[in-house]
Ligand binder design. Structure first.
Ligand SMILES: [Zn+2]
Length: 421
């Protein structure tokens, strides 16, 4: 008889395990112990601020980048497997700092067949180069199961951080009918009305292991969350070393939340008009970051008159432009899960706000890595960092839409997505 533990131990050291686990195409590039993989011949944007390396090499071993340089100056060890990246662009893996795993497709995540789960993660995330995501509101236990299946190596996917359930003021949760139309699974959301409830609800989630707290600042059908309640949630989160995100519906919400000490404003707020100096100065002074979510306003307004659509879009773009001009930190985030998956329009709207390619690249890489305490491991293409990488077909410095033309996505040195040839 086969001795199961011995067989597993034997297989763990080989490339066979990923095949057994249903991810035959993936993992083999990476998992062979001691094996080297090199991306060869591409233009490498090592960071948003440095000059790119032309005809470059990124050498990977054991899930980490071990060398980056020009082809002429970088020695490849014998038997290095190579991926020809001539004419292609290499960057650090992208972060999406505002996503949701709340669509019905993720329900009962522990039971979704591996192949189907892989496809869903690919369609939403890895085909667009996202190797790290922050989920800002979903069913914590379910998202934990999803993450567990990725981290065990069973299915290829991004690094997931999550706030679990968002904390809502009474009346903020959309009706079942609306949630159903949005495609959102049904799960209870904690309501908080004051500081004591904010403390208790935050502490419960933090003790259960979430990576941050998400607050809704106001509700269309009730009083907004008091600054003292937001402060209480911030206090609990920061006591655990975790960030606080806020869903804002207006400039007033932004001001209250920023004064309460939140870390990330999760939306622009075009429905209440441009952000004035008071709001911008408060955001700047408290060093918050912003996920712009420009696309969702156009999406929600798509049934309105064209002039109204343009008004909303241009106000949101103006808010982002003002924030960038003030030197504010932007984290790429487009409310993925609530909008169509293709982020091309978000990139073009960010560019319309005056963000350069390099600023947009920073919002996808170095800025979130720094904000979430991962800059020693993620966000740049440098020796010693995790080999989370994106290979693009064309240069986004010339056309920002090229950010979505992903040829390969690598996480921990494994090719977790490749475009069909
Ligand atoms: Zn959201």
């Amino acid at each position: 008889m086969w001795n199961t533990p011995a067989v597993v131990t034997m297989l763990l050291g080989s490339a066979i395990l990923p095949i057994l686990l249903g991810t035959a195409v993936f993992g083999q590039d990476a998992n062979s112990v001691g094996g080297y993989l090199a991306l060869v011949g591409g233009t490498v944007y090592v960071s948003p601020t440095e000059e790119p390396i032309r005809d470059g090499v990124v050498l990977i071993q054991g899930g980490k980048i071990v060398a980056v340089g020009s082809k002429a100056s970088t020695h490849l060890p014998k038997e290095t497997r190579t991926v020809d990246c001539s004419g292609l662009i290499v960057t650090a893996g992208f972060w999406n700092s505002h996503v949701h795993f709340f669509e019905r497709k993720w329900a009962n995540a522990a039971a979704i067949p591996a192949a189907e789960l892989s496809r869903q993660l690919q369609d939403m995330l890895t085909r667009y180069g996202f190797t790290s995501v922050f989920d800002l509101g979903s069913m914590w236990e379910n998202t934990r199961q999803l993450r567990g299946r990725i981290e065990s190596g069973e299915v290829p996917g991004p690094r997931i951080r999550t706030t679990g359930e968002a904390l809502l003021p009474p009346g903020a949760l959309p009706s079942d009918t609306v949630l159903n139309m949005m495609g959102v699974m049904k799960f209870p959301a904690p309501e908080i009305a004051d500081a004591a409830q904010a403390t208790a609800a935050s502490r419960k989630l933090l003790d259960e292991g979430v990576d941050g707290i998400k607050l809704f600042a106001s509700s269309p059908r009730g009083a907004p969350l008091a600054e003292s309640a937001m402060q209480a949630a911030v206090h609990e989160a920061h006591r655990s070393g975790q960030p606080v995100f806020v869903h804002t519906n207006s400039g007033t919400d932004v001001l209250t939340a920023v004064r309460a000490g939140v870390d990330v404003v999760a939306h622009t707020t075009p429905h209440s008009g441009p952000w004035d100096e008071t709001i911008l100065a408060a955001m700047k002074e408290r060093r918050v970051a912003l996920t712009p979510t420009l696309t969702i306003w156009k999406y929600y307004a798509r049934h309105d008159r064209v002039s109204a659509q343009e008004q909303i879009a241009s106000t949101a773009i103006g808010q982002l432009r003002a924030w960038v001009a003030a030197g504010g930190t932007v984290l790429f985030g487009n409310d993925l899960g609530a909008v169509d998956y293709d982020p091309t329009e978000e990139y073009t709207l960010m560019a319309e706000s005056g963000m350069s390619f390099r600023q947009i690249l920073a919002s996808l890489t170095t800025a979130p890595a720094e904000r979430f305490g991962e800059s020693r491991q993620l966000g740049r293409v440098a020796a010693g960092l995790a080999a989370d990488l994106v290979v693009l077909k064309d240069d986004p410095a010339k056309n920002i839409r090229a950010l979505t033309e992903v040829q390969y996505t690598l996480r921990d040195g494994k090719i977790i997505y490749r475009a069909d040839k």
